[in-house]
Design a protein around this ligand. Structure first.
Ligand code: PLP
Length: 405
């Protein structure tokens, strides 16, 4: 059976051109970039060429790009590195309630180390308010980290405006943005945004998994979080993942080149999908911002049913989707993002995220719309919940950490 992959926010297939760049690195250009002989010099050259490609796609200088083992590592580095290095100036950090766990759990770790973290709320569409940020800034605020686009509901945050507010308050307060979901889907230009630190990842842009990068604006005070050799200009030790770096560079180059076409393609199909689902499925609602959202993100809430049930039925119909983020699916906890939007825990359980990609076709979208209505109807027929018996949120509250307003 033909599979329709609509979970491109979880990960993307590796572009064949990217694979072609990577294969010879395993077998021919296999040297260690730290070695001084030809094999080493060739590998070093490959790393630098691809650093330049990633830098170019982000509007950065090559010496401002540091390869990491993932987007998660880049986020950890940005937060821990900036917080620890600037501790003498203050201990206050600001982030948002809808960040990826790579940010949220790192912020929680920093709280244990004595930092004071403010988690900004979001509105019903998942937007952080620049006004709220302005009010939260203090004399001892050393770092602000707000994601560029949300991985679950696709909402795009007003980063440029927030950077201006922060820098007006104190030019030394560092601004980091997690651009893992934004990169390759909307324009990401570090100079235009004005950020000091920015994280990206290879596998969300049709590149390999296990490779990411942190943009560190020249002169930004950030401590290392890994100790070891002298790689990455003494900033990030570990023998360079040369094959993945080659793949990431190529993927970034293609992402830059194809961005307008890619955005337009996905946005058209996304709008068709959203319209089709909302029209054919009763008691369905779009989550995330209606306009300021990633071009490939279509996410919904369906009342009275569980996202897990929808996923299983879709899977049987040949469709791969997600409920919440890849990390939260598989657990019964409702997504922290949906709770932050103000959705009651019970309703948050009925979530579905479909994320389109380069290869998504109009026929795929037609098929999904055709399948989803009957699936939801069948699940609702089996559900003990309906209009007369709406959700008792308490039933779904596991533990004591699910607060919502
Ligand atoms: N940040 C966001 C917003 C993400 O969506 C993800 C991936 O799901 C990450 C960070 C982590 O990236 P990686 O999978 O490369 O560790």
């Amino acid at each position: 059976m033909k599979r329709i992959y609509l979970d491109n926010a979880a990960t993307t297939p590796v572009d064949e051109e990217v694979v072609r760049e990577m294969v010879p690195v395993f077998t021919e250009n296999y040297g260690n970039p730290s070695s001084i002989y030809k094999e080493g010099r060739d590998a070093k050259k490959l790393v630098e060429e691809n650093r330049a490609k990633v830098a170019d796609a982000l509007g950065a200088q090559p010496n401002e790009i540091f390869f990491t083992g993932s987007g998660t590592e880049a986020d950890n580095w940005a937060l821990k590195g900036a917080a620890r290095r600037n501790k003498k100036r203050g201990s206050h950090i600001i982030t948002s309630a809808v960040e990826h766990h790579a940010i949220l759990h790192t912020a929680q770790q920093l709280e244990k180390e004595g930092f004071d973290v403010t988690y900004l709320p979001v509105d019903e569409y998942g937007k952080v308010s620049p006004e709220d940020l302005k009010k939260a800034l203090r004399d001892d605020t050393i770092l602000v980290s707000i994601m560029m686009a949300n991985n679950e509901v696709g909402t795009i945050e007003p980063i440029k405006e927030m950077v201006e507010i922060v820098k007006e308050h104190n030019p030394r307060t560092l601004f980091h943005t997690d651009a893992v979901q934004a990169f390759g889907n909307i324009p990401v230009d570090v100079k235009d945004l004005g950020v000091d630190l920015l994280s990206v990842s290879g596998h969300k842009i049709y590149g390999p998994k296990g490779i990411g990068a942190l943009y560190i604006k020249k002169g930004t005070p950030v401590e290392n979080i890994l100790q070891g050799g002298a790689q990455e200009k003494n900033r990030r030790p570990g023998t360079e993942n040369t094959a993945s770096i080659a793949g990431f560079g190529k993927a970034a180059e293609i992402a830059k080149e194809k961005l307008p076409e890619h955005t337009e393609h996905m946005q058209k199909l996304r709008d068709k999908l959203i319209k089709g689902v909302l029209e054919t499925v009763p008691k369905s609602e779009l989550t995330g911002h209606p306009e300021d959202r990633l071009p490939g993100n279509a996410s919904f809430i369906f009342d009275y049913i569980e996202g897990e049930g929808i996923l299983l039925s879709l899977d049987l119909a040949g469709i791969a989707g997600s409920s919440g983020s890849a990390c939260t699916s598989g657990s019964l906890d409702p997504s922290h993002v949906l709770l932050a939007l103000g959705l009651p825990a019970g309703r948050a359980h009925g979530s579905l995220r479909l994320t389109l990609g380069r290869d998504t076709t109009e026929e795929d979208i037609d098929y999904v719309i055709e399948q989803l209505g009957p699936i939801v109807k069948r699940l609702r027929a089996m559900s003990p919940l309906d209009e007369a018996h709406p959700i008792d949120a308490a039933v779904y509250e596991h533990g004591d950490h699910h607060h919502h307003h």
